[in-house]
Design a protein around this ligand. Structure first.
Ligand SMILES: Nc1ncnc2c1ncn2[C@@H]1O[C@H](COP(=O)(O)OP(=O)(O)O)[C@@H](O)[C@H]1O
Ligand SMILES: [Mg+2]
Length: 326
């Protein structure tokens, strides 16, 4: 059962195509655990946030209380990108001579809208939520954006650490070069007054830049560890028993696997009942064929079916009713 998995983990990610029920099922899981006495944080990372719509109230970048034991928040991509750019810009200003600051600002303004920027910013916030959230909560549940987007996020920590790694190496090379130049040009009569003093300033500047880079690297490395630690973290794919969602689930699983993240559970949502008329029984039989494809491709991943309800699932009470079926 999904709930057994939720009981044994500290971090759960829900992914899958748009409209399959990620937000609904992750909220139901959060409520089920909160009702068992766990302290749960439900986090939406989808730029098209719908936790607010689900609970019919406004939810922002700070945790709000949904019920006893359950807080929710929506990561805000726009302000996250702003904060991220401010920090990157500050770091670059420190790295480069003043006469290049104009260039840097131009570059930053352009890259604000670059592809991947929003993902990188959200990833950084996920890293922070994981790092600080586990002190206050027993379980953190991430309701993520549709498949492709999520998977790109999941492999990003690797890319981000490679990027900071490169910068650090570059700095080290530059440091050594500067040292050699200093040694070559050293005039013993001036050493203490001028060059020694400048050297100290330089060192302070260097260590500040290094700290920024190392801090970012630690953040991503920490997230990387959390994501690939199967003891603490699980990824759940929500899908419908239809052809495309099944094929995408198989693809998403292999993408995550290649990033060292294991998918531990599948929720097959909106299954047609087979006792509600001929039309739905026929639909059910069609779904069963797609389920065979799924089970042949991913035989080792347990799954749970959730029936299609007659009505949309909106509001705390409706989600709580669904949570009893997990
Ligand atoms: N088992 C279900 N039965 C009926 N409607 C459902 C079920 N699960 C989800 N829904 C509805 O489907 C729509 C999409 O669900 P949502 O959780 O927002 O999907 P996602 O987050 O994957 O985009 C919502 O209107 C929701 O109420
Ligand atoms: Mg959603």
């Amino acid at each position: 059962m999904l709930l057994d998995l939720a009981r044994s983990k500290k971090i759960l990610f829900f992914g899958g195509k748009g409209g399959v029920g990620k937000t609904t099922v992750s909220a139901a899981t959060a409520i089920a655990r909160a009702n068992e006495g766990a302290r749960v944080l439900l986090v939406s990372t989808d730029p098209a946030h719908n936790l607010g719509h689900l609970f019919d109230r406004s939810i922002g970048a700070k945790p709000v209380k949904i019920m006893a034991g359950l807080d929710a928040l929506e990561l805000d991509p726009a302000s996250t990108v702003e904060a991220h750019m401010r920090e990157v810009s500050g770091a670059l200003h420190q790295l480069m001579p003043v006469n290049q600051h104009g260039e840097i600002d131009k570059h930053i303004a352009l890259s604000r809208d670059a592809p991947g920027m929003q993902e990188a910013a959200i990833l950084e916030r996920i890293a922070e939520v994981v790092e600080t959230g586990l002190e206050d909560y027993d379980l953190i549940i991430f309701d993520t954006a549709p498949s492709g987007h999520t998977a790109r996020l999941m492999v990003l920590p690797e890319m981000m650490s490679a990027w900071t790694e490169g910068l650090i190496k570059q700095r080290e090379k530059a440091d050594r070069f500067a040292e050699i130049v200093r040694d070559l040009g050293r005039d013993s009569s001036m050493e203490d007054k001028t060059i020694g003093g400048a050297g100290r300033n330089e060192q302070e500047r260097e260590s500040k830049i290094r700290q920024i880079l190392l801090r970012r690297r630690r953040k991503f490395a920490h997230l990387r560890d959390a994501l690939s630690d199967g003891e603490r973290t699980s990824f759940v794919i929500v899908l419908a028993a239809e052809r495309l969602p099944v094929l995408e689930t198989i693809e998403l699983n292999s993408l995550l696997e290649s990033a060292g993240i294991s998918v531990d559970y599948l929720v097959v949502n909106k299954r047609s009942p087979n006792d509600s008329g001929e039309f739905l029984s026929e639909r059910r039989a069609q779904e069963d064929l797609h389920m065979q494809t799924l089970q042949q491709a991913l035989p080792e991943i347990p799954h749970q079916d959730l029936l299609l309800m007659a009505h949309d699932i909106v509001g705390l009470e409706a989600v709580e009713r669904l949570s009893k079926k997990l």
